[in-house]
Design a protein around this ligand. Structure first.
Ligand SMILES: NC(=O)c1ccc[n+]([C@@H]2O[C@H](COP(=O)([O-])OP(=O)(O)OC[C@H]3O[C@@H](n4cnc5c(N)ncnc54)[C@H](O)[C@@H]3O)[C@@H](O)[C@H]2O)c1
Ligand SMILES: O=c1ccn([C@@H]2O[C@H](COP(=O)(O)OP(=O)(O)O[C@H]3O[C@H](CO)[C@@H](O)[C@H](O)[C@H]3O)[C@@H](O)[C@H]2O)c(=O)[nH]1
Length: 466
């Protein structure tokens, strides 16, 4: 079966880049990305390519190449569903904020709305692809809705989780480590659907990297991959605290253990804590699933990864307060970076938010500079915590477009995101214009300790003992 028309529901961080790359690599497939968010669709359709809703290196060029050729953005969801032979569901699946499973389980209401809409509109057989990250066995719920509320047409459900990381999305999509497709290979229609999706990816992904499994393995593999990745960060962060007490250096420890081919060198950078929309949400979801099967030891094991991450963020802000003579009240502290990692404008679950909240509770004055995150986003992140009023947040935290201005008269600078540009700043100039003693707290381990100490800074680096 040859797919010629794809609809993707959800024009977010995953739907946008993923479909843009499929459109680039498969010019003969027409792809329409739809969303209920009109502003987001308008931004994807904007001719100001610097204002696309998602910033990813290389993405704007692909949008320029494909938009209106075989890639379209629209709010007409019904029409796109009706025309498509294959529908990707790429809507958000946040942690539930209400009812049973509040604070842990994935909220599947957006997925269910999509399934009901597909069922209502579809007049021909369709392949429905789960692109969103979902709890294991969600496909059976989607199938039940489609089969029971549809117009008697046949649906095949595939699971095709996305493994891209933000900031490197385009490269990850062009050269994925693997593409995972879960489907029901026990029936002919299932086999046909799996093959149809394999054929799409085969346009640019080597065959040996396209893995097919049963649906449940595919759904669970996504949660497992994120749990393992986050676990590595929490493990190295746990060791960073021991390093600080003992005089060991976490970079040296990471290097030493990473050279063991069984451990590997990637994802061993100690930090102020992992952020991003996925790790915490997906591990909480995994913990919830384990608990729902009464697997309490399994649940506790994975929950510790999150607890360690909370601890890492809190101890970073505690260290700032303790080092600044146990009070930051009225003192100016500059945050370099607000995004959850470099090369993205995404701030979801960014460690900066928690660290800022802790310091604002201590009445610090914070100045933020981030090269990609908007002022509106930063205030919204703080306001969403509901710790204090919006006016108080605006009063206590200011945002600068110039990093040097942001650092002027500061008592301390905290590095919250590992933007490359921070390494090349004129640190002598920054030092000159700060309060003395001038402190730097490097939560990402990107600055040179020796160089900064020679300038005169009192320098603290995560995972580096005195
Ligand atoms: N962000 C990542 O790096 C990443 C990577 C891999 C997987 N994922 C998973 O992919 C999924 C999407 O994540 P995201 O970061 O793209 O989310 P997002 O919030 O950026 O985008 C989701 C979009 O879906 C839209 N939407 C919600 N309900 C809709 C509906 N009924 N009809 C039409 N549009 C609807 C929203 O308006 C939003 O624009 C999640 O399950 C996430 O866990 C995310
Ligand atoms: O050694 C490391 C690696 C990462 N991080 C932090 O961990 C967080 C997540 O980073 P990363 O995984 O690179 O970005 P995400 O975009 O969140 O991507 C993760 O989450 C996605 C959503 O599910 C998956 O698709 C990706 O495979 C998975 O890497 C960020 O705050 C990083 O700063 C560290 O602190 N140390």
């Amino acid at each position: 079966m040859k797919i010629t028309n794809i609809c993707c529901i959800g024009a977010g961080y995953v739907g946008g880049p993923t479909m843009a790359v499929i459109a680039k690599q498969c010019p003969d497939i027409k792809i329409t990305i739809v969303d209920i968010n009109e502003a987001r669709i308008a931004a994807w359709n904007s001719n100001n390519f610097n204002e696309l809703p998602v910033f990813e290196p290389g993405l704007a060029d692909i949008i320029k190449e494909t938009r209106e050729r075989n890639l379209y953005f629209s709010t007409d969801i019904d029409k796109a569903i009706d025309n498509a032979d294959m529908i990707f569901i790429s809507v958000n699946t946040p942690t539930k904020t209400y009812g049973k499973g509040k604070g842990m389980a994935a909220d599947l209401k957006y997925i269910e709305i999509c399934a009901r809409q597909i069922a209502k509109v579809a007049k021909q057989n369709k392949i429905v692809v789960e692109k969103s990250t979902l709890p294991v066995r969600t496909a059976s719920a989607i199938k039940s809705i489609l089969d029971n509320t549809g117009n008697g047409v046949q649906f095949q459900i595939l699971s095709n989780p996305e493994f891209l990381a933000e900031g490197t999305a385009v490269q990850d999509l062009l050269n994925p480590d693997r593409v995972l497709i879960g489907g029901d290979a026990s029936v002919k229609e299932g086999m046909v659907a799996i093959q149809a999706l394999v054929d799409i990816y085969s346009n640019w992904v080597p065959k040996e990297k396209i893995l097919t499994t049963n649906v449940w393995s595919s759904e669970l593999s996504k949660l497992t991959a994120n749990a393992f990745l986050a676990q590595r960060v929490s493990s190295i962060n746990a060791m960073s605290e021991i390093c600080e007490k003992t005089g060991a250096d976490i970079n040296e420890v990471s290097k030493a253990i990473g050279m063991d081919s069984r451990i590997g060198s990637k994802f061993l950078n100690a930090s102020v804590g992992f952020g991003g929309s996925c790790f915490q949400k997906d591990i909480l979801n995994l913990v919830y699933i384990a608990k729902s099967y009464d697997l309490n030891e399994v649940a506790n094991y994975w929950e510790q990864v999150i607890l360690m991450n909370e601890h890492q963020k809190n101890r970073f802000s505690d260290n700032i307060v303790n080092t600044l003579y146990n009070t930051v009240s009225g003192k100016k502290i500059t945050f370099l970076g607000w995004a959850f990692k470099k090369d993205t404008n995404d701030t979801r679950e960014s460690a900066a938010i928690k660290v800022a909240d802790n310091l604002l509770n201590e009445q610090a004055k914070i100045a933020v500079y981030d090269p990609k995150v908007s002022e509106k986003r930063i205030y919204a992140d703080l306001d969403d915590l509901s710790t204090r009023s919006s006016d108080e947040n605006k009063n206590l935290l200011t945002i600068n477009k110039d990093p040097y201005k942001a650092c002027e008269n500061s008592h301390a600078i905290a590095i919250l995101t590992e933007w490359d540009a921070f390494k090349n700043y004129d640190w002598k100039r920054i030092y000159k214009n700060m309060q003395k003693p001038a402190f730097v707290f490097d939560g990402r381990g990107i600055l040179d300790k020796k160089e900064l100490e020679e300038i005169g800074f009192t320098f603290y680096k995560i995972g580096s003992g005195k």
